[in-house]
Design a protein around this ligand. Structure first.
Ligand code: UT7
Length: 326
């Protein structure tokens, strides 16, 4: 039996030029490099320039992913863009990206699941491709999270950064329906709105008519993150009859080094299999997973045929995992 799979044909990313170190922040926030490194593992983050928008980052990442896939933009008929920081409340930033790439067919829309946005978008695009509704998708995670930060709240402003990552998903026939197939093997998504007040933005078009700032009960997010992430990874392994030993690379949402270390320990994954970019990028929300993927592909760690485990957890709460044969 021939099975249709969504294969990752290319990956790309973009980081704004400006690097802001912990010491830079300590000049105007009551914090220190020592505290930030110890509690989060973050050493620096990239930040957009004035006049640089989420769409600019997304367009650059999308172009890099298309080049990496050796594909023309005209072959894309679906864009799913994960972002919490759209250029404007509407239209979807995905349509700005679509137009900039010269694509005037197919569909383009934004998806909002905060830090889990890329995993949610990947799964959404995968389902469209598997159903035969579209052929080739761009899945983008792009954020200018710095624009949502309250620079007087040291418990949040030191943790986040800006950036974008993208993958090209190609619908391919011919898989035999086993875990040896290339492509997305399984994806698992969850939300639980009981925790919506643990990590949120205190503004919006319908409530305050302002953009608002990030608010977070860090300890509660941390506690839930480790448990939820481990659960949703086990779900992916159970669904595919794979074990943690089968995983070649773990590419998690880059929120906090301590969360990643605790999760890896809990699921029994050796640290050398964890792709970690949080020190250089900070938490870039929906962009963090494709950014980390891009780094590990570019430096030769992730190779064709490898089994790659993705996960993310964010506001809502939302959380999810995906297993991909590269
Ligand atoms: O994508 C998902 C998004 N979010 C996350 O994943 C975040 C999850 N949570 C975390 O990563 C951690 O909870 C944080 C890194 C946010 C905080 O670490 P923590 O070990 O939970 O610290 P804490 O909130 O318990 O704060 C400890 C102390 C407090 O001082 P007191 O009350 O003990 O005197 C804070 O006021 O650290 C203080 N503090 C800071 N000190 C220097 C909080 N932020 C800072 C700071 N610099 N930036």
């Amino acid at each position: 039996m021939s099975v249709r799979r969504s294969v990752i044909a290319g990956v790309g990313s973009y980081l704004p030029e400006r690097i802001v170190t912990n010491d830079d922040l300590a000049k105007f926030v009551d914090t220190s490099d020592e505290w930030i490194v110890e509690r989060s593992g973050i050493r620096q983050r990239h930040m957009v320039a004035d006049g640089q928008f989420t769409s600019d980052l997304a367009i650059a990442a999308a172009k890099a992913a298309l080049e990496n896939a050796n594909m023309d933009a005209q072959e894309i008929d679906l864009i799913v863009m994960a972002t919490t920081t759209p250029d404007n409340t509407f239209p979807a930033t995905a349509t700005i990206v679509q137009d900039a790439l010269g694509i005037h067919h197919g569909a383009a829309f934004d998806l909002q699941a905060v830090c889990s946005g890329f995993v949610f978008s990947l799964s959404t695009a995968d389902n469209f491709l598997k159903a035969g509704q579209f052929k080739n998708a761009l899945v983008i995670g792009a954020e200018t999270f710095s624009r949502l930060l309250d620079w007087e709240d040291r418990t949040t402003c030191v943790l986040f950064g800006d950036g974008a990552g993208a993958v090209v998903l190609k619908s391919e026939e011919g898989g035999d329906g086993t875990v040896a197939d290339r492509g997305i093997l399984t994806a698992h998504l969850h939300s639980d709105g009981r925790y919506k007040d643990k990590l949120y933005v205190d503004g919006g078009p319908s409530t305050t008519q302002t953009v608002g700032h990030v608010r977070m009960v860090g300890r509660d997010v941390f506690r839930h993150a480790v448990v939820n992430i481990a659960d949703v990874i086990n779900e992916a392994l159970l669904a595919t009859d794979l074990t943690i030993e089968d995983i070649d690379w773990f590419v998690p949402h880059q929120a906090n080094k301590r969360i990643l270390d605790s999760t890896a320990k809990r699921i029994g994954l050796p640290p050398e299999k964890v792709v970690m970019t949080v020190a250089e990028h900070g938490n870039t929300s929906a962009a963090s997973v494709p950014l980390a993927l891009s780094v590990a592909v570019a430096d030769g760690r992730i190779k064709r045929g490898d089994l790659v485990l993705l996960e993310a957890m964010g506001g809502g709460f939302t959380w999810g995992s995906a297993l991909v044969r590269w």
